[in-house]
Design a protein. Structure first.
Length: 197
């Protein structure tokens, strides 16, 4: 199936964009320019159902691709992605593959944060993650449906802020698909000690 190209850009105050993978993509001013905040890990269990109209994944292929995306958007290492409802024993394409996801992401401490959790807070900054398709990159037009469905079922529940959403997914054709999505997510400041919640 198609591979993934994720450009994760760390926007540090007063510093140029740093590409985590791929090449730097210019980004405008955003919350990423703000000072670090105190954050805690918040773990969630999500059920992701991929409904294919154009591009089909095997359960294994969907699992691997979503794992790469979760890592790129700052999910704490050790997250779990488990396929379910797979009907094709030969790892072929599925009509509606599903995933059980258990992942923790950094969330800013608020007055409502329980004291026990706030005691394990760590400094975090906003990271800009730009998702773009490219004929020669890892994220191709055929991943358009996947990125669009992850937006509502995974990105938003995990606390990502959608800053740019100019997706252009076409049904039954891949040639006209356009992936343009930018997310802001919190990630620990490099070198900051963190504790699992």
């Amino acid at each position: 199936m198609t591979m993934l190209r994720v450009l994760a850009l760390v926007m540090l105050a007063g510093a140029a964009p740093v590409a985590v993978s791929g090449e730097a993509v210019p980004s405008g001013a955003s919350a990423a320019d703000a000072a670090p905040v105190q954050a805690v890990w918040v773990e969630q269990k999500l059920k992701f159902v991929y409904s294919a109209n154009t591009a089909y994944f095997s359960c294994d292929g969907l699992e691997r691709t979503v794992e790469k995306i979760l890592a790129a958007i700052g999910a704490r290492p050790g997250f779990k992605v488990q396929p379910r409802g797979c009907m094709n024993p030969r790892r072929g394409a599925e009509w509606t593959p599903m995933l059980d996801i258990t992942a923790a992401t950094a969330r800013a401490v608020t007055p409502e944060t329980p004291a026990a959790e706030a005691a394990a807070a760590f400094p975090a900054r906003v990271m800009r993650v730009d998702l773009r398709d490219s004929p020669t990159g890892l994220l191709q037009a055929g991943d358009c449906e996947l990125v669009q469905q992850l937006r509502d079922q995974v990105f938003k529940p995990l606390g990502a802020t959608i800053e740019v959403d100019r997706m252009g997914c076409s049904i039954h054709t891949l040639n006209n698909d356009i992936i343009v999505m930018s997310l802001d997510v919190l990630v620990p400041v490099e070198g900051a000690p963190t504790k699992a919640q």
